[in-house]
Design a protein around this ligand. Sequence first.
Ligand code: PLP
Ligand code: COI
Length: 341
Amino acid sequence: MEKKDINWSSLGFGYMPTDYRFVAHWKDGKWDEGELITDPTVHISECAGVLQYAQTCFEGLKVYTTKDGSIVAFRPDMNAKRMQDSARRLIIPEVSEEMFLRALDEVVKANAAWVPPYGSGASLYIRPFVYGSGPVIGVAPAPEYEFRLIATPVGPYFKGGVKPIRIRVSDYDRAAPHGTGHIKAGLNYAMSLYPIVEAHNEGYSENMYLDAATRTYVEETGGANFIFITKDGKLVTPKSDSILPSITRRSILQVAKDYLGMETEERPVPFSEVKEFAEIGLCGTAAVISPVGSITCKDGEILVPSGMDEMGPVLTKIRETLTGIQMCDLPAPEGWVRKIM
Ligand code: PLP
Ligand code: COI
């Protein structure tokens, strides 16, 4: 199979329509089988639930080419489950894990020419999403839904790849629905657009959000969770019901313990402790592990000891181990890698 003529190593994190996408429809209480289509444009009611009341949620995962030329996905079953959690909170009919994984396999196989080669530093980003497509005008769930799964080749999320970034503490709260944790839903992200544009305009790559109730604990950023390394080499990550339960973070906790023999702590992290950490990273599907070099807050700038030049040694080790597992250079824990072709 001939690959598309793309300069894979120069890709940033952007959308590029690929040849095929999967779409399924929910009507009269059930999902149809779904199918691959070529049309990248969605055709729905002007009064669709997604347009009027933001009734939509999404997922994000990556697909890689391994050294032996196989194409694999990292823990897609976890994304399927999390999309069901998000859907329940929004009264969107759940997409079964079976349909989610079938859509993934079909889209990746049909777009194999778009999967970046091993060693290019790029990957195929998969964006599954489900939205109210039928009309509503009173505040109510939509009568019809669509599930789509699209694929686009991507490079690093932050410009500069793995160069440390500057972030700042946001004055805004991360919009998380109360009592359910942060679900991966469109409206949460729409509410983070104003702060992210403001942050970018002021020279920061991301926002650090604090807990809305007391503004004393670290939550997460607009698109990734935090991991911290203490001066004695321990991994600390915030525990909170109002951050997205990152699959990357949950994987890193296990990798740090079982592959690197590190001590790990998942607990509330007061912002006052941040200046004590040796290394700070953002973790997520898009971010992978991206180092933070400085954090600006009301009292000034906290310079992370690992510096602005390159990722610190402990995060580097964790990142190499995690990406080694994702690309099958290292043996993965049971069930973490789905071979697609
Ligand atoms: N937090 C937010 C707000 C995100 O958008 C993401 C990305 O999906 C994450 C955390 C990281 O989650 P995951 O590791 O499952 O990609
Ligand atoms: C992901 O990591 O998949 C996300 O959804 C984060 C988003 C900022 C692109």
